[in-house]
Design a protein around this ligand. Structure first.
Ligand SMILES: Cc1cc2nc3c(=O)[nH]c(=O)nc-3n(C[C@H](O)[C@H](O)[C@H](O)COP(=O)(O)O)c2cc1C
Length: 178
């Protein structure tokens, strides 16, 4: 069954459930054009500046960080539960020394508007163009969170991605929820 273009707000429950159950896959491309998927557990989507926007948080130590800075776009894919091994791999290995996209057996899913591909094996992908970024400021963050989340000062950068396309399997909801 093929992918179809859907409204960005069609599926709200599934991405949130996947965030809590192992994570979503954030894909960007490196300087050579190689796609690099990274597992994320913290994200949100909603309306910013009157537009649909997906917000992700990336630490500077990630290979993904340099990719995001370079291309200014990214995708976020919602994996089916049976991709849990691939999600674990993308959250523990780095694109610096591993071709994770290939190791996971992923197939790129491209659209014209952004360079970062989606992942065909995932049921739902948001394609995003970065419209704003800002850093977590320790002086503005609750002290208990600074202590709990940043023992090595690796403060996240927020990336706000305008959602320019959303592609989903026609039977995404049924497959995801069974
Ligand atoms: C469940 C889970 C959630 C994660 N969430 C994030 C996140 O939101 N932001 C982040 O910077 N790293 C997060 N990570 C860590 C990265 O996925 C991990 O460091 C990864 O290996 C980085 O890949 P890269 O070096 O190819 O970018 C998470 C890891 C796991 C397992």
């Amino acid at each position: 069954m093929g992918k179809v273009s859907v409204g960005w707000q069609k599926f709200l429950h599934e991405p949130l459930r996947a965030l809590q159950d192992g994570g979503l896959l954030l894909t960007s491309v490196d300087a050579t054009g190689r796609p690099n998927p990274m597992t994320i557990g913290w994200a949100s989507h909603g309306i910013y500046w009157g537009q649909p926007v997906l917000v992700v948080m990336v630490r500077p130590s990630r290979y993904t960080f340099g990719c995001m800075e370079m291309t200014g776009d990214f995708t976020v894919s919602v994996p089916y539960p049976d991709l849990s091994e691939q999600v674990a791999l993308c959250g523990t290995r780095s694109g610096r020394n591993t071709n994770k996209f290939e190791e996971c057996g992923f197939t790129p899913e491209n659209i014209d508007a952004v360079r970062s591909p989606g992942i065909e094996q995932c049921g739902l992908t948001y394609f995003c163009r970065c419209v704003h970024r800002n850093d977590v400021l320790p002086s503005q963050l609750d002290e208990s969170l600074v202590r709990a989340c940043y023992p090595s000062d690796d403060f996240h950068r927020f990336y706000y991605g305008q959602i320019v396309e959303t592609l989903a399997d026609e039977d995404f909801s049924e497959r995801f929820n069974t």
